[in-house]
Design a protein around this ligand. Structure first.
Ligand code: WT7
Length: 655
């Protein structure tokens, strides 16, 4: 049965309990419908009211939406604010002694930071950055372990009006270099090492390697946080220790008040070409998106202990670690390690230990934990949990039910949140005290988010018929542009085929008769591997950069744990290798890709051929490769294929 059939046959419905609904921030479908109606009646007024309620402005805005230069939309443009002020200073009076961050290190040691302490750390580091000459609008690349200092670095950057670009610590030197170069970063913030699953990761050495690759001449300083005792191999005038930088810095730093549209950060993500896109987010609209979804989707309450397991290297870690929980004044967990170390009970043990109320993770983590210890959660007291969330990819109904029953004790609503790096915040997700959930569906759009599913001409499709997911009106936390590439921004997200009016998400989706949305997968050449977005072209470019490789094509195939696995079809410059030879070269190429991009992009499978299936005009026929990767016989039309014999060879090429 295909994924589409199985999800559309899912009929189980889980309405919120009376108890949950009564106490919820948005209570019952009446509550949800009332908000939607308000947004429909006065779209701008709806968002303006929320922006006044949830964001603290230095200078109030008078204009809500400016669409005169669409799709370069502007929100709250004449308002002034500072995100770090909103995340820290505004809580000091009422919550100065409240714990902001409970940090649990890989080895289980715990450090707690109050809002007051966070304020002092952020201010000192902000002053440190200023002393390095970083000022408003300068770019700062953050390549750090997931921990308190990463959050401090992001907040400090925001405090002085700099623009951060966080690069996930699993990315390679090449990927880091590309991002530093594209952003023209003035400062890079890293650590000597990070520690994950008991193993040290050499962040500083990788940063040195990135800089040595060239193109990073904009960098005038590399700040190094000392996470472990290991001494860095290289040290030059370019380097300064974090502790030396903050030593003697005042613990106060006046926030830089910026316009609502001032860029808060750039975050690179994969698209359908080889070059990652620098997704640029705003200050005011972005902050609003994170705040309103904390209220609606996570039903935030003052005594919650919020835990989003995502690394700050991804958008989920930006919106639901660095900004959302702090903006709303929450106590949150920041966890350095991995879910399987020292064993697959780590998450459940931490939920018990810290009395977590709100837990937000990825389906791939849930699936792997089911496999490693489906009964493990029962050994822990998980009764503190109130809301469970998932993000990053569709969740299969079996995993959903396990999460609901075994982790949530059948008591906690599951919020399956659909969104993207580009959307800045949750877009389609159940409000847990209102919308009844269905396993595998992200349910209904949030109030004020106007979603549709359309065909190639932009016409809405009937329920049950799949189509392209689009967003019909601009929303405050939307991507503002692609850094250095405004044309690509327009072409990718607001294509002319839709009169440049619809935001094209890049996902296919289906809507059932109740209006519930089911996400089916990407429509572009982007794979979703363990909830991470990987461009097939990026992996192909990495492969062909290897001196042995003449040509490569990368496709995805379904994978039980990762959702999707990476399969690479490779043509070597020399003979097609077989047997042990093939294994050896495949291993070499996997290591090569890890080195070029990062381990997350390593092909799970490599198949060698004398050629790739191509049309007479030389275009690689990827759909045929997808069938071969799945081990399916080819039933599709192959009449345009130049070299049909190659299919048989590739089908037998598994090594
Ligand atoms: C793509 C965005 C947004 C945070 C993490 C990923 C897929 C995301 C869901 C979900 C089905 C989902 C989509 C989307 N996706 N959430 N709940 N159900 N698919 O961010 O790396 O920008 O990837 O992830 O395909 O387009 P991202």
């Amino acid at each position: 049965m295909s994924a589409i059939d199985s999800v559309l046959k899912e009929t189980r419905l889980f309405p919120p309990s009376d108890e949950f609904r009564t106490k919820a921030n948005v209570s019952g479908m009446e509550g949800y419908n009332a908000l939607c109606e308000k947004a429909n009646n006065d779209y701008e007024g709806f968002w303006a009211e929320l922006a006044r309620e949830l964001v603290t402005w230095k200078k109030p805005f008078t204009k809500t939406l400016n669409d005169s230069n669409a799709p370069a939309y502007k929100w709250f443009e004449d308002g002034e604010l500072n995100v770090s002020y909103n995340c820290i200073d505004r809580h000091l009076e009422a919550r100065g002694n409240k714990t902001a961050i409970i940090f649990e290190a890989d080895d289980g040691s715990v450090t707690k930071v109050t809002y007051r302490e966070l304020y002092e750390r952020v201010c000192a580091f902000a002053n440190g950055l200023k002393s390095l000459g970083v000022s408003k609008g300068d770019r700062v690349v953050i390549y750090m372990p997931h921990g308190i200092e990463a959050v401090v670095a992001m907040q400090a950057s925001a405090r002085i009006g700099a623009i951060h670009s966080v690069v996930f610590g699993g990315f390679s030197a090449g990927a880091l270099r590309d991002r530093i170069a594209d952003a023209q970063a003035k400062v890079v913030i890293t650590a000597n090492q990070s520690v994950r699953g008991g193993k040290a990761v050499p962040l500083k050495a990788t940063t040195d390697e990135a800089v040595a690759l060239g193109g990073c001449e904009s960098v005038s300083k590399i700040v190094v946080y000392q996470r472990t005792d290991a001494a860095p191999e290289q040290w030059s005038d370019l380097n300064i220790w974090w502790h030396d930088l903050v030593a003697g810095q005042p613990a106060d730093c006046e926030p830089e008040w910026v316009d609502a549209e001032h860029p808060l950060f750039i975050l690179y993500t994969s698209g359908s070409t080889g070059k990652p896109k620098g997704i640029q987010h705003s200050t005011g609209g972005y902050l609003l998106g994170s705040q309103v979804t904390m209220q609606w989707v996570f039903d935030y309450k003052e005594n919650d202990v919020f835990w989003c397991t995502a690394d700050v290297g991804w958008i989920t870690g930006h919106s639901y670690v660095a900004y959302g929980p702090l903006g709303i004044g929450a106590t949150q967990i920041v966890f350095e390690g991995v879910p399987t170390f020292p064993d697959a009970g780590r998450f459940w043990q931490m939920i018990e230990k810290h009395k977590v109320t709100t837990f937000y993770t990825a389906p791939t983590a849930i699936r792997s934990l089911i496999k490693l210890g489906g009964d493990l959660p029962k050994q822990y007291d998980l009764s503190s949990l109130r809301v469970l969330g998932t993000v990053g990819e569709p969740i299969n109904p079996e995993a959903w039910i396990w999460y609901h029953e075994v982790v949530g004790g059948g008591r906690c609503p599951i919020v399956d949140t659909w969104w993207q790096t580009e959307t800045g915040a949750n877009m389609i997700a159940p409000l847990p005290g209102a919308v009844a959930t269905k396993p595998g569906s992200c349910t209904l759009p949030l109030p004020g988010i106007i979603v549709d599913i359309v065909d190639e001409s932009g016409a809405p499709v009937e329920p049950g018929k799949g189509g392209f997911l689009v967003i019909k009106k601009p929303w405050p936390s939307m991507v503002r542009t692609i850094w250095n590439d405004p044309d690509r921004f327009k072409k990718t997200y607001f294509p002319e085929e839709y009169n440049s009016k619809l935001y094209l998400a890049g996902d296919s989706a289906n809507r059932d008769e109740n209006g519930y949305i089911w996400i089916m997968g990407r429509i572009d050449d982007v794979l979703n591997v363990s909830g991470h977005r990987l461009g097939t072209m990026e992996i192909e470019s990495a492969l062909v950069a290897n001196p042995l490789v003449a040509e490569a094509a990368v496709v995805g195939k379904p994978h039980e744990i990762k959702g999707e696995a990476v399969v690479a079809f490779v043509v070597l410059k020399g003979e097609r290798p077989e047997g042990e030879d093939a294994k050896k070269i495949a291993k070499e190429l996997r290591e090569w890709v890890a080195h070029e991009i990062g381990k997350i992009a390593q092909p799970d499978e490599i198949r060698f051929g004398d050629n790739l299936p191509k049309t007479r005009s030389g275009k690689i026929m990827r759909r045929l490769l997808r069938d071969i990767a799945k081990g399916q016989s080819i039933t599709q039309d192959t009449s345009t294929l130049e070299n049909p014999a190659i299919l048989d060879q590739l089908a037998k090429s598994a090594i």
